[in-house]
Ligand binder design. Sequence first.
Ligand code: NAP
Length: 412
Amino acid sequence: MNQYGRVAKNDRCSFFGNVSLGSSVSLSELRELYHVVILAYGAESDRNLGINGEDLSGIHSAREFVWWYNGHPDGHDLAPDLQSSDTAVILGQGNVALDVARILLRPTAELSRTDISSHALAALEKSSIKKVYLVGRRGPVQAACTAKELREILGIKDLHVHIQEADLVKTPIDEEELKNNRIKRRIYDLLSKAATESSKQTTGQQELHFVFFRKPHSFLESDNKRGLVAGVHLEKTILKEDEDTRKQFAVGTGQFEDLESGLVLKSIGYKSVPVDGIPFDYNKGIIPNVGGRVLSHTSSGGDLAAVEEGVYVSGWLKRGPTGIIATNLYCAEETIASISEDIENGRLGSLCRQTKPGREGLGRLLDRRNVKVIPFSAWEKIDAEETRLGILKNKPRVKFTTWEDLLQVALH
Ligand code: NAP
């Protein structure tokens, strides 16, 4: 936030909040207004499993759940049912899956001192979820999470961690995978240690079960309440090595088992959404690009002759939904280097010879459309008020979680 603040307060930067690409302003209009447009709107949709029962109620994407507990205004009304069942199943074992499991399992007295949204805290205080299953289609050697995040969840007080010893047995290919990857070795060691320690522990108020080598086959529907999820039908898997990539992938064995639960969170990855006026690679879920330069066709490979003049992309929209904040910093630097190079090499020549209306023009256009633009000074009002309310409650902030409240504070 401090970094954002420094940038936003620079005279050469204008912050236009509450503006939606596509509805408030189109990409082609932005291209008319500015010499260069950088698309950095991330990934705000979800990958689907494409299996039976995925539409049953009680199944949410992890993204929706994260939006809900983080106070995103579009996640305000999710109302996940945390009371009808004592079990939650999370599909996937990446960092988002761990984040979600941590929120379900961490003592609410601790959560109350964080900036979690008030509606989520109230629901979690009444939650009857005691057991959380984290289901991965591959093994502990391939778990997608990172060490810091794993350590955080394993460190929750009074948490009983369950890991089948048999799942920790390594094959020679696993050994090879670990030999070349320090991060994966760290994860494997943490899981092994947790398995040994928990086998000595007899009680624990909450349970976290790591379920490996299982992939979701379909969702089970409740007999009592039609339309409601009752669990997941899982297929046991084994790993096979891809000869080209040398990576191990999961294949079904035809053996099945059920995991009962009234709450299922799919944490299998985010997905970017396309924007009108620019190609989109639906297979990779990204805007096709080379080093951040947007390509005119998905099939144009790395040919610089086929780039869209003056449009660039950065972040998850450029690479797909992987990587931490630092990865996105390097990614942004690469895009900026491409822009600088294009200016120096005259690739933006025809564009740069024309004067463009820039921020004044954008301001006029949004004004004509009656868009309630939030300048940075108005964002600071939201920040100050959230922080003030937080001090009263001994928290970092109390978030406003509806568009009405946010606009009310910002514009008055
Ligand atoms: P992720 O790391 O890609 O993990 C996705 C998980 O879903 C993997 O376990 C994957 O298994 C599984 N999966 C994917 N497709 C599946 C399918 N069809 N059936 C069953 N399982 C499937 O994604 P993420 O957790 O959404 O995180 C996105 C990125 O944000 C990651 O790079 C993450 O590190 C980062 N992040 C960082 C932090 C942090 O630094 N604190 C917090 C949150 C997120 P396979 O491995 O078998 O594909």
